[in-house]
Design a binder for this molecule. Sequence first.
Ligand SMILES: Cc1cc2nc3c(=O)[nH]c(=O)nc-3n(C[C@H](O)[C@H](O)[C@H](O)COP(=O)(O)O)c2cc1C
Length: 245
Amino acid sequence: MTSVIELLRSHRSIRSFKDEKISEELLMGILSAGQAAATSSLIQASSIIRVTDPKLREELCEVGGGQAYIKDAPEFLVFCADLNRASRCCEMYDETPIRGLTEHFIIATVDVALVAQNIVIASESSGLGICYIGALRNNPAKVCEILRLPENVYPVFGLCIGFPAQNPEIKPRLPLEVLVKENFYDAMSEDDLIKKYDNELNRYYESRSLNNKVSVWSEQMSDKLSKESRAHMKEFLNKRGFLLR
Ligand SMILES: Cc1cc2nc3c(=O)[nH]c(=O)nc-3n(C[C@H](O)[C@H](O)[C@H](O)COP(=O)(O)O)c2cc1C
């Protein structure tokens, strides 16, 4: 196994950080690793807002349901899917950009996620820890206001980065056979593996050093997928110029 594979397999989210700055040199190296990610048709439909102003951090922390690491992490980045830049290119050539194509939404969302995950790997390979923050989508319109995002740009998630002040155990994932299927999709074959995973994850939750609890994965999923979740997203994305057609 290569050292990169070992690093990837040792990922766990970090939610408590040392009060230690990340040097500009290291941070710029990490950000440039993000920039190197593959990007659909070279559109590079991403923007990152590095939030250094403590007041703005406080406001974002509030949007994120008060998760303290949003304001306490040495660095907090907001990853935005960005079609504004490419649309402005149309204007340079007297073309009218087609607005709101779902395909463009997918391109921009995938692009920015790839940039983010490169930044995550670069960070973890430098001894830093990270935590993604999807909770910014609790109130994405407020995030746009706080960060002055133009139209055709939307905040997909945030990312806390810093030196870890905790050492949580690695959270087990579904068996590889559930993730990777050969030739065709056979959902029935997953049932026993899911039960096995429920037991394994429950053992992890019961025995982990922080916040141990009893929790069954399939029940969590049942609960999650049978309830409304951020139902405002469709209207929000429409207003930003996404998902119109
Ligand atoms: C897009 C995305 C959004 C997430 N949002 C949050 C969040 O708002 N708060 C949080 O504490 N963790 C968040 N997480 C972290 C997940 O809870 C975590 O990755 C998952 O439970 C697996 O645990 P691990 O990363 O430690 O392996 C998010 C992860 C992703 C990929």
